[in-house]
Design a protein around this ligand. Structure first.
Ligand code: SAM
Length: 282
């Protein structure tokens, strides 16, 4: 029999969230390549499945590739799982999938849970199009630049966030997209599942009052999704400041532009930060 690679979604919390087909294929597998063997072992034990596990993660994936490919060449059935949810969505997967396909092995998805689809399904926004950022950039400047671009795109946004970076993410959102409608979903499908809705400022204040940990997804409605009023683009903001600067200094022009366009002063400042003020040399 020819080898086959299955890419299998596993629960993001509640162990019951797994398909009959996934359980059958896991049971029939010759090898399970798992991002987190401890977590996968707990799942397999829960369902009385005894199949050899091989650790396959971001750090060892290149070294593990030959072992997995050898198993496929022997005609084995290999299942790839990540620590939770769907492999390939902010998780290892693409390298093995590409390699297996290159060698002519069938690559078969076993669809199921993902924090992305779970969050979208209950965010309550009608988002025919959206941008999935995965994890937001760690650096404040890069994060704010990206969020500004996303806001201007008019599309809704879904972000994964690490628990220790959620405050920073909300602070960045509050700066560049203060009127955003945000749904923060935490510990989906688990005992302490929680959904918080509000502006970035409201959510940041709530987290300051009562800090939360755990796994989190943010969904932000886009302008076209009824999320907020249309906001001026960076080009419009820049043009406004430039025209005001013909009659006043940069500092006043920023203040004036913010008032006229109805956007936060800080946002205007960010868009024109590279413009020299009158009398400045750079
Ligand atoms: N591949 C996974 C998937 O399909 O959902 C995502 C893996 S990514 C490394 C982990 C991130 O997914 C977490 O930091 C969090 O943002 C999100 N996540 C995973 N499980 C979650 C849960 N139960 N509730 C909320 N967010 C979750």
């Amino acid at each position: 029999m020819a080898g086959e690679l299955y890419v299998c979604a596993t629960p993001i919390g509640n162990l019951e969230d797994i398909t009959f087909r996934a359980l059958r294929i896991l049971r029939e597998a010759d090898l399970i390549a798992a991002e987190d063997t401890k977590r996968t072992r707990a799942l397999l034990t829960h369902y009385n499945i005894a199949v050899p596990l091989l650790s396959y993660n971001e750090h060892n994936r290149k070294q593990r590739l030959p072992t997995i490919m050898a198993k496929l060449k022997e005609g084995g059935k290999v299942v790839l799982v990540s620590d939770a949810g769907t492999p390939g969505i902010s998780d290892p997967g693409p390298l093995l999938v590409a390699e297996a396909r290159k060698e002519g092995f069938p690559v078969i998805p076993l669809p199921g849970p993902s924090a992305l689809s779970a969050a979208l399904s209950i965010c309550g926004f009608d988002m025919p199009q959206f941008t999935f950022t995965g994890f937001l950039p760690r650096r404040e400047g890069e994060r704010e630049k990206l969020l500004l671009e996303l806001r201007e795109s008019g599309r809704g946004v879904v972000c994964y966030e690490a628990p220790h970076r959620i405050e920073a993410a909300l602070a960045s959102l509050a700066k560049v997209w203060p009127d955003a409608k945000v749904v923060l979903m935490r510990e989906l499908t688990k005992i302490y599942e929680e959904v918080l809705v509000g502006s970035p400022g409201q959510l940041a204040a709530e987290l300051e009052r009562n800090p939360r940990r755990g796994e989190m997804v943010l969904v932000i409605a886009g302008a076209k999704d009824g999320g907020q009023e249309a906001t001026p683009s960076q080009d419009q903001i820049r043009a406004k400041v430039l025209s005001l600067m013909e009659a006043m200094d940069k500092k006043r022009a920023i203040k004036e532009a913010a008032a006229e366009l109805g956007v936060p002063k800080r946002l205007v400042y960010q868009v024109v930060v590279d413009l020299p003020g009158r009398g400045e040399t750079d």
